[in-house]
Structures are given as structure tokens and as C-alpha cells.
Design a protein around this ligand. Structure first.
Ligand code: SF4
Ligand code: SF4
Length: 720
């Protein structure tokens, strides 16, 4: 009887402590900014729960750690029944779960999962102790080990309790179904009955006490994700992957005193705070981050952990002040540390290329980019504090409608071609309102000499295919992507609204572009402002023209080609097939993948507005990717993005490898296979007949080419 009273008190105290902490955590979330995350797409939500939470799909992308976690996760689900059995046995002799408690297959599952979880714990321990992959750098590794010990203790005590239960005939299942428990039971057979009964009580008590302690401990530890992961996945954004969150601003009404973005922890939304609870500190994001992998201070994992630490540090005082009244709350908020630079250095925020590798890798759907861009918005729009070299790009976008500050008239210069090419005649959309497509050239395509050649070749391909197309010419402006990703949302909204108005005015329905950034923002983000257009990237468009037989690649192009997937196509938009289909259609080419490709592609370093920022620390991201391309057996790296084109060409030059490898847009390779192409010197040539830059003219400034130290560790193998 005493035993039951003591256990009842312990259970009540534990549940009280658990409820107190859960309530506090919910109150902390309520300190965050409002955000509508009410699920609307239930089919997707159910699929996410099945695939991501219960199927552990993202974890299983890394086979060994994935399997380890899969067994531990499912072990906890299935062994919840054993926990109920253990507590039940403390109150009722011969306890069994109602309805299913004597069903042999359940006993078998429990047995198998006790063994599987123990195996999982041993594997996790070995990975941490002996392999110690870099992705754990900065994680609370000691805490993780305590948790592993606790899980092992829970499994061992349940195994012992089951085994001894068999020997005292207090076990609900037919032992034919429970070979592991039965095997362990043999060790106790020789003991006296009294001893076995005493041991049974002891094991059940140990098991119950560890469970109760564990229940409270997880709410204070990184294992909080056990409770929050399902919710985090449920409330993940329903926006397209490549779209940033819309910021509600009235450009006309903006004043000096307004604050924007996330300057304090409470400016982050409740979902962003929930993200911080849910981080498992697994470091998958860190291991894929181009900034971290090239020696920069940004780690998406550490960033999320820092936000969580700040919430836990500031949360209690803010909650207490909130209870006292608005004035007290405002005073407490004023004393709270700023997110940047107090909690996270500014440099960390600017290092991000918005490549999405972290979001892609995260097994619990944490949305790092939203938080980073919100902090950028605050730095730019409230604090006016940003890398000085961004100033001219932002000013240029505002005043001339392109980051390079080039005149609008120069947008059609590409039509002249090089000195070896005949000029092309492309109508303005007003002269060809029935054109099949509008060719959105983009700023890099219009103003950068390397890319002018790509634009020219792509236009030539469309002419060869008989596609009727037109351009906006000097009317075209930047689509706003760099401004948005830099955090200058007001410039983005100004540019996007202008563009949408112009496209609507010309009744444009289908747009083709050579730029993944133009594609992404027009396709995924313009709908936020009422601009819904059918947008297609040129690699997909060319693949379709080849499939339809409107383009027939016939001339052999004897090149060993690899393809660098742009993040904004492959990762943010799941589009990688078109480029490969085009390359594979070209006779003579030998195709090989880069080590990281498709969803796993590695950024060129230009995204997130970083094209217009200096890289002051570590190895340059473009050089890291170039090294990967140079390590392949290819002589040509094909690209489908004007920024990747510039970055990889710069990287090859920096590595002094211009004689070993060239960068070609997919369109340029295709054109070589379709007609005699003066750029290559001869049909079917090896591509060395003409060096890029011969007709360079006035090249707009690209990335600075300062010396760097190769401090990068290189990307981490996803199996560790
Ligand atoms: S988006 Fe890319 S660069 Fe930014 S934190 Fe994530 S992985 Fe790193
Ligand atoms: S943010 Fe996601 S991937 Fe990164 S450490 Fe946390 S749980 Fe792992």
C-alpha cells in the first residue's frame, strides 16, 4: 500500500513539474510575433506527418544515423505500451493492457524494439565517441550522452522487469513470442522465489523512476524535440520552398521611427521560436552549409541554438513583466539584448547565401532562412547597418533598376552579339503581343559580358526552334530578388510591383528566363503581390523543345561535361531534369555528376545577395565548388544560372585552371550541337577555339578576387 501511495505522489509531482514547464514553454512562444500558420493544405500536412515524422524520411537520407534514430523513435512509440505496463504492475497484480495486453505479436514487437533501441543507442554512442563528426561541433554533446545513458537504462530496466516477470509468472504474453525477454529470464531461474519477487519490484521501480525523471528532464534539454517535432512539422510553411515570407509594409507611410524585421527575440514569430525548441542539435544543417564549410562563422545550427538560449535567458523576466502591465513589459523589453550583434554577430547574418541546404537537411523542418532574412530586414531597414559594399548595389536597384547601375538602354546590347556574330532582331513585346513567350533577360544576362553571350545563344536557339518571342528591352527592371534576400524588402516590393504592373500591362502569360533567381521570385513570390504568371526556366524550356523535335542536336560535341545545379532550381524548386535531358541529348558528350548534385548541390556563393558582398573570411565558396568540379573527370562544367556562370568562371581563373576547364551554359552547349558555332571555333570542336572574355568590352564589376586562405574543411560526408 505504502508503495502505491509513494508512487502516486511521485507521479503527481512529476506531472505537475512537467505541466509547469510545458505551460512556461507555451508562454514563451506567446512572447513571439503573430504569424498565421493555420494549416489549410491538410493532404500535405498528413503526408508530412506520415513521411517526415513517422517515416523519418529526412533522417533516413543518412543511412546509419538515420536507421539508428528510426529504431529509437519507433522504439519509444511501441515501448510506450511497456511503460504503461510497468506503471500498471505497480498498482495491479497480473496487470495487462486492456484489449491488446495479452496479444502475442505486441509482446514480440516490444521485445524486438527493446533490442533495436539498445542497438540504436550503442550506434549513437559509437558515432559520438569514436567517429565524432564535425557536425556535432558546438552541440551539447555531454547532454546528448546523458540522454543516451537514460534511454539505455530505460531499455535495460524494462528488459530486466520483463525477464524477471516471466520467472515469477507475472508476464502477460506467451513467452514463445518474446525470445529476448525469455533468454534473459534464464539468468534468474536459479534464484529463490522471494528474491525474484523482490527483484521484480526493484526493476519496475527503477524503470518507473527513470521514466519520471526523463519526462521532466527532456523539457529542459535539447530532447524537447521529442515533444515539439510533430508540431513543428505540422506548422511548417505552406509557401513554395523558394518563397520568402511577405512583409507587410506600406512604402508610402514608412517613417524613421518604424522598426522592421527581427531586432529582439520577441520580434521572431512563435513558429520561429518553436523552431528553436525543436532543434535536435544533430548538425545536419551545419554539415551542409557552404558558409560553415568554407570557414565562415555562420552555422545554421548554432544560430538556432543561440536564439533558443536567448529566449530561455530573457523569457522569464519578460513573462514576469508582462504580468505586471504594458509599461513594465516595454521597460523589460528595452533591457533585453538585441539579436544582432549581442546574441548573434552581424557577420553571421550576412554570410548566408540563402541556398536552402540547411532547410533541406533539417529532419524536423526548421526554417533557418526566414529567421536570417528577418534579422537582415532589421539590420537594413531599422538599423541601417550592413556591409558597406552592399550600398551601391541597393542604391543602383533603387535608382537605375539594376544592381550594376547600368543604363536601361544597355539592356538590349546583347542583341548585337560579339564581333564574330550577326546581330539578332528581337521585337519589343508591344510589337509582338501574340508572341509565344516573353523572354525575361534579367540583369546579369543583360549587363554581364559572359552572360550576354548566353542570352544571345538562347535567343538564337529559340529562333531556330521557331519560337515567337519578345523582350521588354529597356523597360525591364531587376525582379527584386537580390534586394529581398539582402533584407531590403521595401526595394523588393517597389521593384516587384513595377514588374507585375508592366507584365500585366503587356498581358504577358508565359515568361522564359535564363536566371533561376528571376524564375524563383516571379513564379513563387510574385503571387504574394497578385502577379500570377507561367514562368519557365530556359533549361526546362529547351528540354521541351528538344523533346518536341523543334530542336535537333546533331553535331557531335566531344566534351566531358558535368552540371552544377543552381540552388534556386534544384533545391528550392525541385527542377534538375531539364538541364540533364538537354546535355544528354547532345551527341558526343560524356556526362558525369558532381559529388554533390540535384537536391544536394553545393552553392556557388552568389545567392542571398552575396554576389554584391565581399567574402572576408575563410575560403571562397565559389572556389570550394570549383575545386569539386576540377576534381571531377570533366573538362566542361555546364551551368543554368548567370550567377553560377560568373562565380565558377572566376573560381577556375583563381585556380589557374582556364586551360583545363571551361564554364558553359546549357544553352551554349546545345547551340554548338545544332549549328556551326563561331564561339567554339568549329562544329564539334573541343571548345578551346575561343576563350571567354576575348570580346569582353566594359565588364561590370563581379566578385572581388582577393587572396584567401584555404581554411575550409570541405563538405562533410552525409553518412557520419
Ligand atoms: S541557407 Fe545555405 S548558407 Fe544560409 S545558413 Fe542555410 S545552408 Fe548556410
Ligand atoms: S536545425 Fe535541424 S538540422 Fe540543424 S541541428 Fe537543428 S535539428 Fe539538426
Amino acid at each position: 500500500m505504502l508503495e502505491k501511495i509513494v508512487m502516486s505522489i511521485l507521479i503527481l509531482v512529476t506531472l505537475g513539474a512537467f505541466a509547469f514547464r510545458v505551460n512556461q514553454l507555451v508562454e514563451f512562444l506567446r512572447l513571439g510575433a503573430a504569424e498565421d500558420r493555420v494549416p489549410t493544405d491538410w493532404a500535405r500536412k498528413i503526408k508530412d506527418q506520415v513521411v517526415v515524422v513517422f517515416g523519418q524520411r529526412k533522417l533516413l537520407q543518412w543511412t546509419i544515423p538515420g536507421l539508428m534514430h528510426f529504431f529509437i523513435f519507433w522504439g519509444f512509440v511501441i515501448l510506450f505500451t511497456t511503460i504503461l505496463e510497468a506503471f500498471g504492475a505497480l498498482y495491479v497484480d497480473d496487470f495487462a493492457l486492456p484489449l491488446i495486453g495479452r496479444w502475442g505479436p505486441l509482446g514480440a514487437l516490444q521485445d524486438v524494439f527493446v533490442a533495436a533501441v539498445l542497438m540504436g543507442v550503442i550506434t549513437a554512442f559509437m558515432i559520438r565517441r569514436f567517429q565524432n563528426p564535425g557536425r556535432f561541433k558546438g552541440s551539447h554533446t555531454r547532454e546528448a550522452e546523458y540522454i543516451l545513458y537514460a534511454i539505455a537504462a530505460i531499455m535495460l530496466t524494462i528488459l530486466l522487469a520483463r525477464a524477471i516477470g516471466i520467472t515469477v509468472d507475472n508476464f502477460p504474453y506467451d513467452t514463445a513470442w518474446t525470445p529476448f525477454s525469455n533468454g534473459v529470464a534464464q539468468f534468474f531461474e536459479g534464484l529463490a522465489l522471494d528474491t525474484r519477487e523482490a527483484l521484480e519490484t526493484t526493476f519496475i521501480w527503477w524503470h518507473s523512476l527513470i521514466i519520471l525523471g526523463f519526462l521532466v528532464y527532456i523539457t529542459y534539454s535539447k530532447h524537447l524535440h521529442i515533444i515539439t517535432s510533430g508540431f513543428n512539422v505540422l506548422f511548417v510553411s505552406e509557401r513554395p520552398k523558394g518563397a520568402l515570407k511577405k512583409m507587410d509594409i506600406d512604402i508610402e507611410e514608412m517613417s524613421e521611427d518604424d522598426t522592421f524585421g527581427a531586432g529582439k527575440i520577441t520580434d521572431l514569430t512563435w513558429k520561429q521560436l518553436l523552431d528553436s525548441y525543436t532543434c535536435t542539435e544533430c548538425g545536419r544543417c551545419q554539415s551542409q552549409c557552404p558558409a560553415w564549410n568554407t570557414g565562415k562563422p555562420l552555422s545554421p545550427k548554432l544560430l538556432i541554438m543561440d536564439l533558443r538560449d536567448q529566449l530561455f535567458a530573457a523569457g522569464p523576466d519578460l513573462l514576469a513583466a508582462k504580468r505586471e502591465g504594458d509599461e513594465q513589459y516595454r521597460a523589460a523589453l528595452a533591457k533585453t539584448q538585441s539579436l544582432n550583434p549581442d546574441v548573434i554577430e552581424d557577420e553571421v547574418i550576412w554570410d548566408c547565401t540563402t541556398c536552402g541546404a540547411c532547410v533541406q537537411a533539417c529532419p524536423v523542418d526548421i526554417e533557418h532562412i526566414d529567421a536570417i532574412v528577418d534579422m537582415r530586414r532589421n539590420l537594413i531597414m531599422t538599423e541601417s547597418r550592413f556591409p558597406r559594399e552592399m550600398q551601391s548595389a541597393l542604391q543602383n536597384m533603387e535608382t537605375t533598376g539594376n544592381p550594376w547601375g547600368q543604363p536601361p538602354q544597355a539592356r538590349v546590347e546583347w542583341m548585337q552579339g560579339t564581333s564574330k556574330q550577326e546581330p539578332l532582331e528581337v521585337p519589343h513585346i508591344s510589337e509582338a503581343p501574340d508572341a509565344e513567350v516573353l523572354f525575361w533577360v534579367g540583369c546579369a544576362g543583360a549587363y554581364d559580358d559572359r552572360n550576354k553571350r548566353v542570352v544571345y545563344d538562347f535567343a538564337k536557339l529559340m529562333q531556330r526552334a521557331g519560337v515567337t518571342f519578345a523582350v521588354l528591352g529597356p523597360e525591364e527592371n531587376c525582379n527584386g530578388d537580390p534586394a529581398r534576400r539582402m533584407g531590403a524588402e521595401y526595394i523588393y516590393q517597389m521593384l516587384s510591383e513595377q514588374a507585375i504592373e508592366l507584365l500585366n500591362e503587356h498581358k504577358v502569360k508565359k515568361i522564359v528566363t535564363i536566371c533561376p533567381h528571376c524564375f524563383n521570385t516571379m513564379f513563387n513570390e510574385y503571387p504574394q503581390f497578385g502577379g500570377v504568371f507561367d514562368v519557365v526556366h530556359h533549361t526546362e524550356f529547351l528540354a521541351e523543345l528538344v523533346r518536341e523535335g523543334r530542336l535537333k542536336p546533331e553535331v557531335e560535341v566531344m566534351k566531358k561535361v558535368t552540371y552544377h545545379d543552381p540552388c534556386y532550381m534544384a533545391r528550392h524548386n525541385d527542377k534538375w531534369r531539364g538541364a540533364r535531358q538537354v546535355i544528354e541529348s547532345i551527341p558526343g558528350t560524356e556526362y558525369g555528376e558532381l559529388h554533390r548534385h540535384k537536391h544536394q548541390t553545393f552553392c556557388c556563393g552568389a545567392g542571398g545577395g552575396r554576389m554584391w558582398m565581399e567574402e572576408r573570411m575563410g575560403k571562397k565558396v565559389n572556389v570550394e565548388r570549383t575545386d569539386e568540379a576540377l576534381a571531377s573527370a570533366s573538362d566542361t562544367v555546364a551551368v543554368g544560372c548567370p550567377f553560377c556562370n560568373i562565380m565558377l568562371a572566376d573560381g577556375i581563373t583563381e585556380r589557374g585552371a582556364d586551360d583545363r576547364m571551361e564554364v558553359k551554359d546549357v544553352a551554349q552547349l546545345l547551340l554548338q550541337s545544332i549549328e556551326f558555332h563561331p564561339e567554339s571555333g568549329a562544329a564539334g570542336g573541343n571548345g578551346n577555339g575561343h576563350k571567354e572574355g576575348e570580346d569582353a568590352g566594359d565588364k561590370p564589376p563581379t566578385k572581388a578576387q582577393e587572396e584567401t586562405t584555404d581554411t575550409a574543411t570541405g563538405p562533410e560526408d552525409p553518412q557520419t
